[in-house]
Design a protein around this ligand. Structure first.
Ligand SMILES: Nc1ncnc2c1ncn2[C@@H]1O[C@H](COP(=O)(O)OP(=O)(O)OP(=O)(O)O)[C@@H](O)[C@H]1O
Ligand code: NI
Length: 359
C-alpha cells in the first residue's frame, strides 16, 4: 500500500478564550488515501470543521492554536509550514468548498474572472488559455451554456449553480485534495443529489481525494469510502463505510445510526447534550449519554481506538480485555466469539443478563 495522501496524527487544536481553553480537537488521527472519499460525521460542535480547517490553517489564530500533532500532506508536515507555503497549498493542492457558496465568491466580479484568477494564481498560463479552461470547468460542473455565462455575476446564478461555480473554482488548480464542509446543506434536496453526483464524477475524472463533512448519513452512504465519527473533539469510530453502517461498533455511532429514521434524513439529537468543550468529563467523552457506561468509562483518559475489524476501529473499553463486546455489537460479534472457540456457551454467569434474576 502506498502512503496516504493525508495523515492527521494526534492533532490537538484549541481556542484560547477569556472564558477558558476550548479543546475543539483533542487528539484526532485519521488518514485519507489517494482517490478516496472520507466522510467526517458527528453532532454539531464535535470539532469537524475545526479539524478540517486546521489542515491548511484556515482557523483564526489567535484565538485558535494548533497545540500538538502532525498533519502530513504528501509527506510534508503542514503544522510546520510557513504562511507562504500554505498559501501555495491552499487552492493549489488542497481546495476548500464551504457550506455557503456566497462566501467564496466576490459579488463585484464576474464568475469567469474569479475562476481565471484562481487558475493563474497557481499556473503560469495566458489569460486566454485560463479563460478557455474556466469555460471548460464551468461546463464540466454542469453550468449550461458556460461560454455565454462566464461573464455573469454571482447574483445571476441560483444557489445550486453558485455552488457549482465554487466547485469549478476549487478544481481550477487540479487539487489533490478537496475538503468540502457541508457543501450541500444549504441547497434543496434535488440540487444536493446533483452536486453529490457531480463530485463523484469529478473524482473519477480528476482522481482527487475528498474529505467531506456532513450531518447527513444518507449523504455518507452515498459518497463515502470511509467514515470518521467525531464526538467532543475525539474520533469515536472509523472504518470503511459499509462496515460502519453494517456493524456500528461504538455506542455513539449506534446512537447516530439509530437516529436515522429514513434514508437521507439528518441525525436527530441523541438524549443529552455534547459536553462542555472547556470542561469535558473524565473517561470516555460519551459516558454521560451512554447506556453501557461502566466505572472504567467514567474515569481516566478517553479510551484508545481499538481494532474491531479490518481497518475498523472504535474508542470503547468494551473492545478491551475483560469486556464482552457483544453487549455493544449484538449478535454478529457473539457469532465471531463463538467461532473463536465457543466462548458463547462458556461465558459464565453472563453478568449482562443478571437483570433477569427477579423472575
Ligand atoms: N473561533 C472560535 N473560538 C472559540 N471556540 C470555537 C471557535 N471555533 C470553533 N469553536 C469551538 O470548537 C468546537 C468545535 O466546533 P466545530 O465548528 O468544529 O464543530 P462542528 O463539528 O463543525 O459543528 P457543526 O456541525 O455545527 O458545523 C465548538 O465547541 C466550537 O464552539
Ligand atoms: Ni462544522
Amino acid at each position: 500500500m502506498t502512503d496516504p495522501l493525508l495523515s492527521v496524527r494526534d492533532l490537538h487544536v484549541q481556542f484560547n478564550t477569556d472564558e477558558g481553553t476550548v479543546r475543539a480537537v483533542d487528539g484526532v488521527s485519521f488518514d485519507v488515501a489517494r482517490g478516496e472519499t472520507v466522510c467526517v460525521v458527528g453532532e454539531s460542535g464535535s470539532g469537524k470543521t475545526v479539524a478540517c480547517e486546521s489542515i491548511t490553517k484556515l482557523i483564526p489564530m489567535p484565538p485558535g492554536e494548533i497545540a500538538g500533532g502532525e498533519i502530513l500532506f504528501d509527506g510534508e508536515d503542514l503544522t510546520e509550514a510557513s504562511e507562504k507555503r500554505l498559501e501555495d497549498i491552499r487552492g493549489g493542492r488542497i481546495a476548500h468548498v464551504f457550506q455557503n457558496p456566497q462566501s467564496a465568491l466576490n459579488p463585484v466580479y464576474p464568475v469567469g474572472a474569479q475562476i481565471v484568477e484562481a487558475i493563474r494564481l497557481h499556473r503560469d498560463v495566458s489569460k486566454e488559455a485560463a479563460r478557455d479552461r474556466a469555460i471548460d470547468l464551468l461546463d464540466r460542473v454542469g453550468i449550461p451554456e458556460a461560454t455565454a455565462r462566464i461573464d455573469d455575476y454571482p447574483h445571476e446564478f441560483s444557489g445550486g449553480m453558485k455552488q457549482r461555480v465554487v466547485i469549478a473554482m476549487a478544481l481550477a488548480a487540479d487539487p489533490d485534495l478537496l475538503i468540502a464542509d457541508e457543501p450541500t446543506t444549504a441547497l434543496d434536496v434535488t440540487i444536493q443529489a446533483q452536486i453529490l453526483r457531480l463530485l463523484r464524477d469529478l473524482q473519477d475524472e480528476f482522481g482527487m481525494s475528498i474529505v467531506f463533512v456532513t450531518h447527513d448519513l444518507g449523504v455518507v452512504a452515498e459518497i463515502a469510502d470511509r467514515v470518521v465519527v467525531m464526538y467532543s473533539g475525539k474520533v469515536m469510530e472509523t472504518g470503511p463505510v459499509y462496515d460502519v453502517f453494517e456493524q456500528p461498533s461504538h455506542p455513539y455511532t449506534k446512537a447516530l445510526l439509530g437516529c436515522l429514521p429514513g434514508q437521507g434524513k439528518s441525525m436527530e439529537p441523541i438524549g443529552g447534550t455534547l459536553p462542555d468543550p472547556k470542561n469535558p468529563p473524565a473517561g470516555c467523552r460519551f459516558h454521560p449519554r451512554c447506556p453501557h457506561a461502566t466505572t472504567d468509562c467514567r474515569t481516566g483518559d478517553h479510551p484508545e481506538l481499538l481494532d474491531v475489524g479490518t481497518d475498523h476501529e472504535a474508542a470503547c473499553v468494551y473492545y478491551g480485555p475483560g469486556y464482552d463486546a457483544s453487549v455493544i455489537r449484538g449478535d454478529a460479534v457473539s457469532e465471531s466469539t463463538a467461532a473463536d472457540g465457543g466462548s458463547e456457551g462458556g461465558t459464565p454467569g453472563d453478568a449482562s443478563k443478571s437483570g433477569g434474576d427477579d423472575r
